[in-house]
Design a protein. Structure first.
Length: 97
């Protein structure tokens, strides 16, 4: 396993523990992403969620070059949250906050 993969897995393990301690599961979790406004990844991010259980909020930056996407959704477990972050990390130009 590459060092980068090990560091990533260690990060997600610690993050999972923090999520488990910080709130009750299942529960509402808020994701925040920043995407270049002309990017097609905004819709790709939205597609990662069940739209029936999700509250999406978008805000353009002052120069309209970036879009902030806030997503509030009921998640069943820390592992489900981490799965979304892992999927979003494969999208070029998407920053998770």
């Amino acid at each position: 396993m590459l060092k980068n993969d090990t560091s990533s897995e260690e990060f997600y393990l610690k993050f999972s523990e923090q999520l488990a301690e910080s709130q009750a599961w299942p529960g509402i979790y808020m994701f925040k992403f920043v995407v270049k406004s002309e990017s097609s990844h905004l819709e790709t991010l939205k597609a990662l969620f069940d739209s029936d259980r999700t509250d999406f909020s978008e805000k353009l930056s002052s120069k309209k070059t970036f879009t902030s996407l806030t997503i509030k959704v009921r998640m069943d477990s820390p592992e489900q949250v981490i799965s979304i972050y892992k999927k979003s990390s494969t999208l070029e130009g998407v920053m998770a906050l």
